[in-house]
Design a protein around this ligand. Structure first.
Ligand code: SF4
Length: 222
């Protein structure tokens, strides 16, 4: 397979150096208040969809400090879960999903989160991004590329790929990016996208990888 990204080593090294002072995104952060298990990663990831990091973090702590297994979650009513996770985006739907998933895990998987990607996708509310996150950060497996909005936007700006959806990005990057960079990719690009290569008017003047960037689609920058 031909990997097409030039200067990948320099780019990843520069990003690591620049971003090492920042914390990790909430779903990949080592859990302090609750066990670092695939179930906790799965639920944190579900809570994080369409929700700001600080809101996800508070909701995760409130819920998962005490209720960190499917059994414990099933001891709660949907209303109780809603109250704990509010104001995460779509909190009512998420409360319902969290209970449904907990029930399925107990009924079908003896309370464990499956470590097969395709199996994860069969859980209601779990899409490719969440399944990839659970494989990488929950099960600590290699060879998966979780793609969120930052991981989709930035490789397109850099000119690495030309894609329209995160699914297309996952596919294109899995061909273009050498596998030795996959484990770091989500973590680095989420933090980079939250701080420097932000969605609107990125901070190109202080970007450590500016000389490697084609700035595709960047109309204004700072
Ligand atoms: S130069 Fe600007 S657009 Fe390119 S990666 Fe850096 S911040 Fe993003």
């Amino acid at each position: 397979m031909t990997h097409t990204i030039p200067n990948a080593y320099e780019i990843f090294s520069a990003l690591k150096e620049e971003l090492q002072i920042l914390g990790k995104p909430v779903v990949s952060r080592k859990k302090q208040d609750f066990p670092d298990t695939p179930f906790v990663t799965l639920i944190s990831c579900l809570l994080s969809l369409r929700t700001k990091d600080e809101v996800t973090e508070k909701a995760s702590r409130l819920l998962l400090t005490k209720y960190y297994t499917p059994e414990k979650i099933l001891g709660l009513t949907e209303k109780q879960i809603e109250t704990m996770i509010y104001p995460v985006g779509f909190y009512k739907t998420k409360a319902k999903r969290i209970k449904e998933i907990s029930r399925t895990l107990l009924d079908k998987y003896k309370g464990k989160v499956p470590d097969e990607f395709e199996e994860l996708l069969t859980l209601k509310g779990v899409g490719r991004k969440t399944a990839n996150i659970v494989m990488v950060y929950g099960h600590k497996k290699h060879g998966y590329l979780p793609i969120d909005t930052h991981c989709h936007r930035i490789p397109n700006r850099l000119g690495w790929i030309r894609t329209k959806t995160p699914e297309e990005t996952e596919h294109a990057l899995s061909k273009a990016l050498p596998p030795e960079y996959w484990d770091d990719f989500n973590d680095l690009f989420v933090r980079f996208g939250q701080t420097i290569c932000v969605p609107v008017s990125p901070f190109c003047s202080r970007c450590p990888i500016q000389k490697y960037c084609k700035k595709i689609g960047v109309a204004t920058s700072r």
